[in-house]
Design a protein around this ligand. Structure first.
Ligand code: ADP
Length: 500
């Protein structure tokens, strides 16, 4: 029987998903399984590695069963994953030495403060493109080695393996035969020199991480290993691997320099492909590895995030309770002529690029007796677009690249009002694809390229289809007025909890 599908494993923060992609790049079937989030202390977040694995394997079995597809019909597996989450396991027994420390976990924030005060931020930024923050894997690895009794000795003897979630899944899928990651995941560890494309001895020393624990770095699209035949009844090639945001960039087929995507979820994640050029940010955006295709040089991206985007809409629903569902905001915003002078700065957890103010807090300005909940709903949607515009402007300034369009995905990208307003505020077309499973599609595309399921990137470009293009339709003077008022509103949110 011919091999008709690529199986994408999309291991996310709250659930594991398995999606079958056909040759047209369409998601033919999807299965999903949630798993437990553990909060052992305030600010700490963990997952059980066994839950990550069993939910992922189960989702894969369910999608095959429900679609009535057997392993012989699968050409390859591609993996995409929650990034930075850190697992260490024993190479002999395969047993994790501790729960996974999730990217959100703040337990090593103090370590990062200390390293910054020792003047280490610059070398980490230079070599890794990252800011020295607890979010990334490096300080989590050190915490595990320092905290779990006996771990340091075992690590020195070469008995322990460190991996981000992709490595853990590859290890489990190959029955412990392969310990590998890809450059996009490696670039989120604080241990990887993104210019040279290799683990960096000085950074390893600064974080006290022994080389013996590290995975092999294979390209994002290449033969990585084969599944243990006991899992699916046949050995299936694993040939794609990238962190979730980079996979989404690939799934949007933003494969040429200057192409960008923004994912509108709880927060926003925007990535700009800068090609083979490593662009260093002057605005504290992250420089990250986008992917590496087989026998090709590494490709890079600039990454900027907005902390609160769709979450502002959730707050209207669950906090203020002025909407019934997120989708209501679309009609509400369209029912008023304009924002009525109301600006909402959802700095609930501070502000990221380009403001970088941890002490900022949310505010709403410009309220009058004429303000209605429709104005507030509109202001909330507008705030998502303004914040995206702020990040995009940094990217343009850092890279010198003038973007020609923005490809979008994520839950809030379904909101037509938001997408139109986004196009208006950016002054470039905003393009929503027909296939919104962009993260999983990226993993599938990477895997499919390596096994000749698809021949090359230009074939992928043809698979990508637009559902709707939002053309900018706002005068320059109107755009400037709105952005200038937004900037004034942001000033009022800044440095709030410090000021008292
Ligand atoms: P995540 O992966 O971060 O959980 P999703 O991509 O599933 O996020 O998107 C969910 C987010 O999008 C929620 O914060 C929700 O408030 C927002 N959202 C969903 N639908 C809409 C909509 N029609 N309009 C505005 N926001 C929406």
């Amino acid at each position: 029987m011919s091999q008709q599908y690529i199986l994408a494993l999309d291991q996310g923060t709250t659930s594991s998903r398995a999606i079958l992609f056909d040759r047209q790049g369409r998601a033919a079937a999807v299965a999903q399984q949630e798993f437990e989030q553990l909060y052992p202390q305030p600010g700490w977040v963990e997952h059980r590695p066994e839950d990550i694995w069993s939910s992922q394997l189960n989702a894969a079995h369910v999608v095959l069963r429900e679609a009535d597809v057997n392993a012989d019909q699968i050409a390859a597996i591609g993996i995409t994953n929650q990034r930075e989450t850190t697992i260490i396991w024993d190479r002999e027994t395969g047993e994790p030495i501790h729960n996974a420390i999730v990217w959100q976990c703040r337990r090593t924030a103090g370590d990062c403060d200390r390293m910054r005060s020792e003047g280490l931020a610059e070398i980490f930024q230079q070599r890794t493109g990252l800011v020295l923050d607890a979010y990334f894997s490096g300080t989590k690895v050190r915490w595990l080695l320092d905290t779990v009794p006996g771990a340091r000795e075992l690590a020195a003897r070469g008995s322990l393996a460190f991996g981000t979630v992709d490595s853990w899944l590859i290890w489990k899928l190959t029955g412990g035969r392969v310990h590998a990651t890809d450059p996009s995941n490696a670039s989120r560890t604080l241990l990887f020199n993104i210019e040279r494309g290799e683990w960096d001895d000085e950074l390893l020393a600064a974080l006290d991480v022994p080389r013996e624990v590290l995975p092999h770095v294979a390209p994002s699209s290449a033969m990585i290993g084969e599944t243990d035949s006991s899992l699916f009844g046949r050995a299936i090639p694993i040939s794609g691997n990238a962190g979730d945001q980079q996979a989404a960039l690939f799934g949007q087929v933003c494969t040429s320099p200057g192409m960008s995507k923004n994912t509108y979820g709880t927060g926003c994640f925007m990535l700009l492909n800068t090609g083979k050029e490593l662009v260093r940010s002057k605005s504290n955006l992250l420089t990250t590895i986008a992917w590496q295709l087989e026998s090709e040089p590494i490709e890079y991206a600039l990454e900027g995030s907005v902390f609160i985007a769709g979450a502002a809409i959730q707050w209207l629903r669950d906090g203020l309770r002025i909407i019934g569902s997120a989708a209501d905001t679309e009609a509400m915003a369209a029912s008023v002529l304009d924002n009525g002078g109301v600006y909402f700065v959802p700095a609930f957890v501070g502000l990221g690029a380009p403001h970088w103010d941890a002490y900022a807090r949310g505010t709403m300005v410009g309220l009058t007796r004429g303000s209605t909940r429709e104005h507030i709903a509109r202001a909330a949607l507008e705030s998502i677009a303004y914040q995206t515009s702020d990040v995009l402007r940094c990217m343009r300034d850092d890279s010198g690249i003038n973007l020609t369009e923005l490809r979008v995905d994520g839950g809030a990208a379904r909101n037509d009002f938001l997408m139109q307003f986004q196009a208006d505020i950016l002054g470039i077309p905003v393009v929503r694809p027909a296939n919104t499973e962009t993260t999983a599609a990226g993993a599938a595309f990477l895997a499919g390229l390596a096994v000749d399921f698809w021949s090359d990137v230009s074939e992928l470009s043809e698979l990508w289809q637009r559902e709707k293009t939002f053309e900018p339709n706002m005068s320059d003077s109107e755009r400037e007025r709105l952005l200038s008022d937004w900037t004034r509103a942001v000033e009022r949110a800044k440095n709030w909890i410090n000021a008292s």
